[in-house]
Design a protein around this ligand. Structure first.
Ligand code: SAH
Length: 369
């Protein structure tokens, strides 16, 4: 593969992202305030503006003296992400936002409104180091980890868009967060966990979205799943299995050379046991690669006694990909076989397909300009 030279209007600097309220635990926020010579309760006020009222502009905060605004802006609420552009489809019910970070790096998030919920799909890394050959993000490699604030800002921006009624159907509440944008969340563990806590902690210290409405999707980083199991926080775990056999999985999900199918499922089982949460198995349906009936049969046998739910995702082919989505009859047969084993299975809808909503393609297209 030829490497694409990235061109930005500013040179990419490897300076650390500025620190922001969302990078700290509530206790640390108060300590930082004290260190700045401010009373600790100022940190609570800032958190309340940010997480409850989704406001990032101290000049609107009348309960904090104007003399403190600049200091607070600099240390607690610097601008972390800047909107480059949004594209919508599905009559405006799906919106993909392209964000530029402080160093010119681009990431994206996708906001999807359904009848019963509104979900944001966020990026945890710029690029990804996992190298799955069917994923556009995987092709570009890892640029860098995002900070907790850079991830949290994508969610707060989505919550604000919902509250402001920017999607058709009027104002609503952001109800779900999925770590299914760019990056491998468990390879950026600490920032992702800080973000999960920002999402699930009740207001005013967090957004107050329930843990079960948060999905962390992983290629199967087993030591990360084990760590997550110890956190005592019941997010929904999704495992990108994509095939039940190690031979093919070694090529589709290269980290399988480190952690095999059996080990990944054992770690997911332990998570399920500890949290009581059924986990998801993600399975991109790739024509004539992983969609044969014998693989459905093998998957059914693997999962029949597990508390897992299979999410079949029709492959969204990346530009120049030799692979494409499964034939409808093969997909149907795959579902039939799994159901025969009593395994719960759904076929993921293809929201955002026209705007390359599945896999880092907007950011990739922007870089090529
Ligand atoms: N790194 C995490 C989260 C990223 S992507 C993970 O791998 O789980 C979320 C899901 O989209 C993963 O299951 C991933 O395998 C899948 N995916 C990536 N590229 C895809 C494509 N081109 N078509 C369909 N699904 C894709």
């Amino acid at each position: 593969m030829t490497e694409i030279k990235l061109v930005f209007d500013e040179p990419v600097q490897r300076k650390k992202a500025p620190k922001h309220l969302a990078d700290y635990s509530p206790e640390d926020r108060r300590e930082i305030a004290t260190g700045l010579g401010l009373p600790a309760f100022r940190a609570n006020q800032v958190a309340n503006h940010y997480f409850t009222h989704l406001s990032s502009d101290p000049s609107d905060w009348t309960d904090i003296p104007a003399t403190m605004h600049d200091q607070i802006r600099e240390h607690f609420i610097p601008q972390m992400i800047t909107l480059v552009r949004s594209v919508t489809c599905d009559n405006g019910m799906t919106r993909k936002d392209l964000w530029k970070l402080h160093d010119g790096v681009l990431v994206e998030s996708v906001l999807m409104r359904y009848t019963d919920r509104t979900t944001v799909c966020i990026s945890s890394q710029a690029g990804c180091g996992m190298n799955c050959p069917f994923c556009a993000t995987g092709q570009a490699g890892l640029t860098r980890n995002l900070s907790a604030a850079e991830i949290t800002e994508q969610i707060v921006a989505a919550a604000r868009a919902c509250a402001n009624g920017e999607l058709p159907g009027g104002p609503t509440r952001l109800s779900n967060v999925v770590f299914m944008g760019m990056g491998e969340p468990l390879a950026n563990y600490n920032a992702v966990m800080r973000t999960v806590r920002n999402i699930t902690t009740p207001t005013p210290d967090g957004l107050g979205i329930s843990a079960r409405s948060v999905t962390v999707s992983t290629v199967g980083v087993v030591n990360g799943i084990e760590k997550l199991t110890e956190e005592g926080i019941s997010v929904t775990l999704a495992v990108s299995l994509h095939t039940p056999d190690d031979e093919l999985r070694d090529t589709l999900v290269p980290i399988n050379s480190r952690w095999k199918v059996k080990e990944v499922l054992a770690a997911a089982d332990a998570y399920e046991k500890k949290t009581g949460r059924r986990y998801s198995i993600e399975y991109a349906m790739i024509r004539d690669i992983n969609d044969q009936s014998w693989r459905a049969d093998l998957l059914g046998r693997l999962l029949k006694n597990r508390n897992a739910h299979v999410n079949l995702i029709p492959l969204n082919p990346t530009p120049g990909s030799k692979w494409t989505a499964s034939r409808p009859q093969d997909e149907k047969e795959f579902v039939r076989i799994l159901e025969g084993y009593g395994v719960a299975v759904t076929v993921r809808d293809t929201r955002g397909r026209e705007i390359d909503g599945a896999c880092g393609q907007l950011a990739a297209a922007e870089k090529l300009k």
